[in-house]
Ligand binder design. Structure first.
Ligand code: TYD
Ligand code: MG
Length: 382
């Protein structure tokens, strides 16, 4: 949207600059784009651009010789290596691009403020000034913000309410895969998800994201089940692994990684009592992939199925997600935010979902298997 502000947040090194260079490469085929590279020199950005097959028209505000810049394939893409807010505003005002990128907001400074670049005051002031100009000149503005540990440096959170759209680029859990997630969008849907893979020549779209989850599973082990956890309003697909084996101790060992220990004990008791799995003679280990913390009741049913699968040495269909809380009587209970969880699973290419019976949610293009008891869920999954 012309005149709109899009914030792209993410951990340092996740690929925000790469993503934006690829985006402006496409946009500059039809529109004039100014890319403010406040973190790197013009030369560094040009090298990266070359690697991505992007050829900017030139580097502004730079006494360059201009050599080799005649063959630019992106004649309407300009790089501006600059951190001073006022200079950037001047360049924006004189070039009047249709699209501008600020990479990153934490590197800018406004000389009238005494605080250092990256402080809350600097980040707010710079964003407001850029926003005023963008609205006035109808410039579509992308702002990159590093997600930072709480501390001296202000992260994207302080800007979320100012901007029109907030996107987060994430992927620490997926090796080379990256997720682009919309968490706020004044002009469209939120909770959209783009899936990419970081290659040696930039990011590639992953059109069929289920490969992301199947790819890691060259050796699918019995005892693996996939759940959709929720962190606030952010759904996360997580693989759980369980291992049960005959104990050599007087009392069997139990261990959890990323899950609540007491809930595991409850689930094991339910499986023993309601399904007759002799768990009091078995050690049981359950872990979430990457040790991701998924201490919430909605993970219960996935834990139960992973344990049962390990005990029976059976595989759970890798394209099925399992969502539900387990009661002490062996019943499967409803969970919060079911729609959000199912949509996430659907977008990531999952085909089936085992969910609590009676829980309502809109029709989605994913096969739903409603279950009222843990025993039914295990029959459906194994
Ligand atoms: P970058 O876009 O600089 O991250 P950010 O701007 O979020 O800090 O990406 C950094 C990482 O991406 C770096 O470790 C190198 C890697 N990378 C590739 O693997 N392939 C590529 O084509 C490019 C440009 C970067
Ligand atoms: Mg960067």
């Amino acid at each position: 949207m012309p005149g709109s502000l899009v914030l792209i947040g993410g951990d340092p090194g996740i690929g925000k600059s790469t993503l934006l260079l690829q985006i402006v490469n496409q946009l500059s085929q039809r529109q004039c784009v100014l890319y403010v590279c406040a973190e790197e020199s013009g030369q560094q950005v040009k090298l990266r651009a070359q690697r991505l097959g992007v050829q900017p028209a030139g580097v502004l505000n730079h006494d360059s010789s201009g050599a080799g810049e005649s063959a630019a394939e992106n004649p309407d893409l300009y790089l501006l290596p600059e951190t001073d807010l006022e200079t950037i505003l001047q360049e924006l005002d004189s070039l009047k691009p249709q699209v501008a990128v600020i990479d990153s907001i934490q590197a800018l400074y406004f000389s009238s403020l005494t605080s250092s670049p990256g402080s809350v005051a600097q980040v707010r002031e710079c964003t407001s000034a850029l926003m005023r100009l963008a609205k006035q000149e109808n410039i579509m503005l992308f702002i990159v913000g590093h997600v930072t540990k709480e501390g001296a440096i202000a992260g994207p959170k302080v800007l979320e309410h100012l901007v029109d759209t907030v996107l987060y680029f994430e992927g620490e859990r997926f090796a080379n895969h990256r997720l682009l997630r919309s968490v706020k969008n004044r002009f469209g849907a939120t909770h959209e998800l783009g899936v990419f893979e970081m290659m040696d020549r930039g990011l590639r779209e992953v059109p069929n994201p289920s490969e992301l989850f199947l790819g890691d599973r060259d050796e699918v082990a019995p005892g693996t089940a996939t759940i959709v956890a929720c962190e606030g309003t952010r759904p996360i697909v997580v693989e759980l692994q369980a291992l049960v084996s005959p104990t050599s101790y007087s009392s069997p060992r139990r261990s959890t990684t990323g899950l609540e220990y007491n809930r595991l004990l409850q689930i094991l008791a339910v499986l023993e009592k309601r399904l007759g799995i002799p768990l009091s003679k078995l050690d049981a280990y359950v872990a979430s992939s990457g040790g991701l913390n998924v201490a919430e009741p909605a993970a219960d049913l996935g834990v139960a199925i992973a344990v049962a699968a390990s005990f029976r040495d059976r595989l759970v269909d890798p394209l099925t997600v399992i969502i539900g809380e387990v009661g002490l009587g062996g019943q499967v209970r409803s969970v919060s935010q079911m729609e959000l969880r199912l949509k996430e699973a659907l977008k990531l290419g999952f085909k089936k979902a085992i969910v609590p019976k009676g829980q309502s949610f809109p029709d989605l293009d994913i096969e739903i298997i409603p279950v009222s008891r843990v025993a039914d869920a295990i029959v459906a999954a194994l």
